[in-house]
Design a protein around this ligand. Structure first.
Ligand code: IMP
Length: 429
């Protein structure tokens, strides 16, 4: 099976960009299958730094990019991203990018609702990216979304806008936010339609052909398992399924097409936005991890919360996400710490458990139980073989493998692409 699916094993921002970029250079097709422009990948190619939110990373490596049906697409944001990378010398055309005709659109009213609802939540805010992701998925499931293919049929768009506005203007007015005008929205959509429609096609057909021809497909996940709408720390999650199974349903392929599932995990934990975070450190060590790891959101610019590695959650992500191998990133951030902690279980109301329960009260009550491991003095930065690592660092990695019940098949030791210890090539599995 020559395909690889990459997903986040924590709460996102695990450093997927570097790993995906390396894998993309070895794939022929790169597919986004869920999420939207809430994701943020920074890719450094030569002297150029590309900040991608919606475009599949493979495009910067000259590979065919596909946006699958499971993605929610803000057409204005997509065109802005295409224009932006164009100024950096990367021309995206319908020859290099294909978009699922059955993908749902994010309309200007979706971020408006996202933000108005967050404001109304007050202290119970989810901390969304404010990009309309949740409201767009709601419309998809409610069967009133405007989809990519609809842009070729102005009358379909007009009729759907009636239904959408009946629903959303009522809500926006109730929340005290500005409402939307049908004609204005129709004009905006029809103005961009000629630029979007040429990219649209039934991508499942192209992917099916590629698969049968044995071409290497890389499925590029966004967000992470702990933000999965079913398996994550609900309701503090994103609105899509982020597990590997979604690579199939979100692109129109058979489950077997997903191939080797590589989960990305940081050597510690971070989270943006609100929600449970049992191993969070609000002390000087947490600050140190944040400073050293440059933990600021690519999309939001918000400071990420930091904490110890949570083997309970990553093990859970391995199981529900279908992860077969882990890429461990940012080990160098832990260099020089005298001791490290790994969460091996929680104590919840006196009981020891090895999973995060679903009920919010129990989640909030989860007290992490730690195993303490001696740190290392030397540097792991830039290591390219296990022999380059201090013995204690190897011990830390081995303990993680045991606790999460998955092998570390790739170890990233700096942001540089070549600073990687490759134990097993996911494409060769
Ligand atoms: P939404 O996806 O904008 O609805 O945001 C829901 C939650 O997911 C918030 O806590 C966001 O901070 C988080 N989130 C969404 N996208 C990402 C991402 O790419 N990395 C990390 N967190 C994300």
């Amino acid at each position: 099976m020559p395909n690889v699916t990459v997903i986040g094993a924590q709460w996102g921002d695990e450093g997927k960009g570097k790993v995906v970029d390396w894998l993309a250079s070895r794939a022929e097709i790169v597919v986004r299958f869920q999420g939207g422009h809430n994701a943020g990948h920074t890719l450094v190619v030569g002297n150029e730094t590309y900040k991608l939110s919606l475009l599949p990373s493979g495009l910067v490596r000259g590979k065919l990019g596909i946006i699958g049906n499971g993605v929610v697409i803000d057409p204005e944001a997509l065109l802005a991203e295409i224009d932006k990378v164009h100024t950096q010398g990367l021309t995206v055309t319908p020859r290099t990018l294909r978009i699922a005709e059955n993908a749902s659109l994010i309309l200007p009213l979706h971020p408006a609702i996202d933000r108005a609802r967050e404001a109304a939540r007050g202290a119970r805010q989810i901390g969304t990216t404010g990009r309309g992701i949740g409201p767009a998925y709601e419309d998809k499931v409610a069967r009133r979304a405007i989809r990519v293919a609809d842009l070729a049929e102005p009358e379909t768009v007009a009729a759907k806008l009636d239904e959408l506005l009946l629903h959303h203007n009522t809500l926006l007015a109730g929340l005290g936010a500005a409402t939307f005008d049908k004609q204005d929205l129709l004009d905006r959509l029809m103005a961009l339609a000629p630029r979007i429609v040429p990219y649209a096609e039934p991508v499942w057909e192209r992917l099916d052909e590629a698969r049968r021809a044995g071409r290497r497909i890389l499925f590029e996940g966004a967000q992470a398992v702990m933000l999965d709408v079913d398996h994550g720390t609900y309701p503090y999650v994103t609105s899509s399924n982020t597990v590997a199974a979604t690579a199939a349903s979100g692109s129109g392929l058979a489950p077997a097409a997903v191939g080797f599932v590589l989960g990305i995990a940081k050597a510690y934990s971070t989270r943006v936005g609100a929600g449970p975070f049992p191993t969070e450190l609000t002390d000087a060590t947490g600050k140190l991890l944040g400073d050293r790891g440059a933990e600021f959101g690519t999309v939001t610019g918000r400071r990420r919360r930091c904490g110890w590695f949570d083997a309970v959650l990553v093990r859970q992500a391995v199981k529900v996400g279908g992860i077969q191998g882990l890429a461990l990133t940012k080990l160098d951030v832990l260099d020089g710490l005298s001791e490290l902690k790994i969460c091996t279980g929680y104590r919840i109301n006196g009981e020891r458990v090895r999973r995060l329960p679903a009920a919010p009260g129990a989640q909030a009550a989860a007290e992490p139980e730690y195993e303490t491991i001696e740190g290392w003095e030397g540097s792991t930065r830039g290591a390219r073989t296990y022999a380059d690592l201090p013995a204690q660092a190897v011990k830390y990695v081995r303990r993680i493998e045991e606790l999460v019940e998955a092998p570390v098949t790739l170890l990233s030791t700096s942001p540089e692409r070549d600073d990687t210890i490759l134990v097993r090539d996911p494409f060769e599995d």
